[in-house]
Every structure is written in structure tokens, then in C-alpha cells.
Design a protein around this ligand. Structure first.
Ligand code: GMT
Length: 378
């Protein structure tokens, strides 16, 4: 198949999933066309089956806001025609499914039919909670897609509850390339981050308020009072400054390493003893899955799709959102005994195997095939 993929090409989980999906599909013989405003961060182009087409929005002084959806839909029309793309897979309803629908309609005028598969990643749904004026556009984009997927059962249920959805929503969970988390680094890499007796606690996110990184700091503060520990914070975002002040006020700045947008996530995870994910809401929690694949147990909030990934008492623990005391208690329980920690690490890795890309990617392939067949019949 010739598949066009539209995503946010950033460090976020949706971009990572879309990129890894495209790369795996290309290995399975499909021709992949990424159509985005920047080259996706994890995209390695060393394959003649993978192509990248940049969407540029011409600057025009009359426009207060440059019309990205218009540029994207025009680019989709051109690329579908030029490369004879069979199907478009867009990640996020707005603006991607919205723009893809416009492209589909323009192409139909020329007798070309291209179906659209839309994957919901969560923020569309959360966004509508806080900005209800997007609701008509999100509802329309979902209902006009030829197939819709959500990355967790929880996200599927939220979508059905919040929107008037006529389409079926298939749950296709996020996945992971387990081989990419099977590194062997040497101990001297670990000593760059912490000394031998210190436990390494890690958090990765885009530091948005929804991640409640202040809770990560509060839990870490409690942990380091009980045992030597360091906190690795990976990612950039609007909460960064506030968190730095919080660390300073608590007197733990020297124990917290801010990595920013690191390309060495695998190395950091390899040496981590515990991963904290304290989000207010999370449709899936890909960062937690990446940690588990690197044998790192999770203390997370019990919200959204996280319980579908982090199994309470097995790969770590689930705690109520904002319950610092419970998170601390569970973290200390896991970290407090080396034998117990080892067992949690092994089980975390084992749980991650359910999300092996070799199991999940064929589910997308089946959806593409089904959608194409249905559209041919129509
Ligand atoms: O969490 C974010 O702020 C980034 C966002 C994204 O676009 O990558 O993440 C969403 O999609 C990920 C991939 O499906 C999920 O793992 C995250 O849980 C989801 N974030 C939220 O629901 C807040």
C-alpha cells in the first residue's frame, strides 16, 4: 500500500507513535509518505520506502494567523496525486483529520478517492473539555473519517461520552519497538548521572500543567529524605521555570538533573530505578511504556488509559491523582529492597511485551485493508 501519514513531528508521544508506525510499515513493504511541517524527530530516512514532504505555510502579512490547515490540505491533494497514495492516516482530529477531509473532497472533484483513517491520541478530547468551541470541528472530523482508532479503551469511552459519534472507534493501543530498549550500556554511563549508592528516579514529559510535574518533585523530595537519590527530568515545557523554583525552595536543585529534550532517553532509562508519571489525565502514557520496556517500574496516577499500561502491584503502582503520600509510600516500598526492586523491574519489562510493535502494527494494516475494501464497494 502507499500510505500518507500526517502527525505532529515533535517529541510528543503521538509523533513518536506515527513515526515508528511508518518506519515499521515501510519494513513490511509499504510505501510511506510523511506529510508534516517538519521532519519527525525520530524519522530515519535511510530507506527507499520512506518519503518526507514538508508542508510550508507561505507568510502573508494580511493573515493574522497563517492558515496551516489550508496549506496541509493543499499539500495532501498534491501528494496523493503525485505519488498515487492509497490511504491517509492522520494522527489527531484537529487540525489533521479536518484538513484531510478537505483534501479528500477536493480530490473527489477530480475523480480520485482516498480514504482517511484518524487516530485519536487524547489531547483533542481534553482540549474540547477546556475549549468547547472546538467541539463541532472535532465531532465533524471524527464522523467524516472512514475509520477511527483510539489509543486506549479509556480514550474511546471519553470520546463517545463527550461527542456525538456515529462512527465505530477501534482501540489500537500504542506500541513499542522492544529491540530499541534492549541496549547494554556500561556502568561508567551510570556514574555520569549518580553515584553507586544513589537510586535514579526519572520523569519524561513535555512539562505541561496536565503532567503535574510539581507532584514528581514533591514525591522525589520525600524519597531523597529516606535514601540517597537523584531525579532525572527529561523534556521542555511551560512548567520548567516553576519546577526549578520549587526545587530551589526545597533545597534539592543539586539532586535534580534537567536534561531538556534529550536524545539519550534510552541510556537514561537503562540506569533508572523508578519512573514517575503523575499526570492529571493521560490517554495512554507512552513514556511509561518506554520506561517499562527498559525494565523500569512505574509509580503513576490512576487516570485515563494509564491503568491499561501500568498494572497495579505488577509493573509498579497506581495512585490517586495528587496523592503524594501514597506515591511516596509505594515508591519507597519498591526502592527499599534490592531483591524486590529487581522483581518489579523484570515484571515491568514483561508487561511491556504486550505492546510489541510486531503485534500492534498488523492491527493498523488490517484497518487500512478493511477501509480500502469498504470504500471500493461503495
Ligand atoms: O501528553 C502530551 O502532552 C503529548 C500528547 C501527544 O500528542 O503526543 O500525548 C498524547 O498522546 C500520546 C500518544 O498516544 C499518549 O501516550 C499520551 O497519553 C497523550 N497525552 C494525553 O492524553 C495528555
Amino acid at each position: 500500500m502507499k500510505i500518507g501519514i500526517v502527525c505532529y513531528p515533535t517529541f510528543g508521544g503521538s509523533g513518536v507513535v506515527a513515526t515508528e508506525l511508518g518506519l515499521e510499515l515501510s519494513k513490511r513493504g509499504h510505501e510511506i509518505h510523511f506529510i508534516t511541517y517538519n521532519q519527525p524527530v525520530r524519522l530515519e530516512l535511510l530507506s527507499n520506502n520512506v518519503h518526507y514532504h514538508e508542508v510550508t505555510v507561505p507568510e502573508y502579512p494580511l493573515f493574522h494567523y497563517q492558515p496551516y490547515e489550508l496549506a496541509l490540505s493543499s499539500k495532501l491533494v498534491d501528494m496523493v496525486k503525485l505519488h498515487k497514495i492509497d490511504i491517509l492516516h492522520v494522527h489527531y482530529a484537529i487540525p489533521h483529520a479536518y484538513a484531510a477531509y478537505m483534501a479528500k473532497k477536493m480530490l473527489q472533484e477530480e475523480g480520485i478517492y482516498v480514504p482517511i483513517v484518524t487516530t485519536l491520541h487524547g489531547t483533542d478530547i481534553t482540549l474540547v473539555g477546556s475549549h468547547p468551541f472546538y467541539k463541532p470541528a472535532v465531532t465533524f472530523s471524527i464522523n467524516k473519517s472512514d475509520a477511527v482508532t483510539a489509543v486506549s479503551h479509556s480514550l474511546r469511552e471519553d470520546t463517545l461520552r463527550l461527542f456525538d459519534i456515529k462512527n465505530e472507534i477501534h482501540v489500537v493501543p500504542n506500541f513499542i519497538d522492544l529491540d530499541k530498549h534492549d541496549y547494554k550500556f556500561t556502568d561508567c554511563h551510570r556514574t555520569m548521572m549518580a553515584s553507586n549508592n544513589e537510586k535514579i528516579i526519572t520523569h519524561i514529559s513535555n512539562l505541561r500543567p496536565v503532567k503535574r510535574v510539581q507532584d514528581v518533585i514533591a514525591v522525589f523530595y520525600n524519597i531523597q529524605k529516606e535514601m540517597p537519590a537523584k531525579l532525572m527530568l527529561i523534556g521542555e515545557g511551560p512548567e520548567r521555570e516553576r519546577i526549578e523554583y520549587q526545587c530551589q525552595e526545597l533545597g534539592i536543585l543539586d539532586k535534580v538533573i534537567f536534561f531538556g529534550r534529550s536524545n539519550e532517553i534510552n541510556k537514561i532509562l537503562y540506569f533508572s530505578d523508578l519512573f514517575l508519571l503523575t499526570s492529571e489525565t493521560e490517554s495512554f502514557g507512552l513514556a511509561a511504556l518506554e520506561a517499562m520496556a527498559s525494565s523500569v517500574p512505574i509509580i503513576s496516577s490512576n487516570t485515563g488509559g494509564i491503568p491499561e499500561v501500568n498494572v497495579d502491584g505488577v509493573s509498579g503502582y497506581l495512585c490517586n491523582v495528587g496523592d503524594i503520600d501514597d506515591m511516596t509510600e509505594k515508591a519507597l516500598y519498591i526502592l527499599g529492597d534490592d531483591k524486590r526492586l529487581k522483581t518489579f523491574k523484570e515484571k515491568a519489562r514483561k508487561e511491556s511485551l504486550k505492546f510489541d510493535l510486531h503485534t500492534i502494527v498488523p492491527q493498523y494494516e488490517a484497518i487500512y485493508e478493511d477501509t480500502l475494501t469498504k470504500c471500493l464497494v461503495l
